[in-house]
Design a protein around this ligand. Structure first.
Ligand SMILES: [Zn+2]
Length: 134
């Protein structure tokens, strides 16, 4: 891709999430005390206020919870139309990633589809996108 998407600013809290793709891993923050996943990444557990949160790799699969087809060219690097989806992540109850579904025609995407993470590297960021599991 010639142009870059807008990228998140990395910090010590979100770095594991945005760079786990370098090792092919989808990494979420998880509380070591109440064991719930905390997403988006935060230094303090949103449920029990523990600071004992650390990154943990999850399976990288999930289910499309809801989606929309975007026809608006928000950024020159993004080809339209594309799917913006909310994906419920396997093994991480309560975690939904807002992401893009890639690798299939937009009309082939539906709620309930099983998907798997795939990473798109942009500079030092690995954007977690998802593709359908066929
Ligand atoms: Zn907690």
């Amino acid at each position: 891709m010639a142009a870059s998407r807008p990228l998140p600013r990395l910090d010590n809290v979100n770095r594991a999430f945005w760079t786990g793709g370098a090792q092919g891993e989808l990494r979420l923050m998880r509380c070591g005390d109440c064991e719930r996943f905390v997403h988006p990444p935060r230094p303090v557990c949103r449920y029990c206020l523990s600071e004992n949160v650390a990154a943990e790799a999850v399976a990288g699969t999930g289910v499309i919870d809801t989606f929309t087809i975007n026809h608006q060219k928000w950024h020159p690097a993004m080809e339209v139309p594309f799917v913006i989806a909310r994906v419920a992540i396997d093994g991480a109850p309560g975690v939904y990633l807002t992401t893009n579904i890639v690798g299939s025609a937009v009309e082939d995407v539906d709620i309930g589809d099983r998907v798997r993470v795939t990473f798109e590297q942009q500079e030092d960021v690995y954007l977690p996108l998802f593709e359908k599991i066929s």
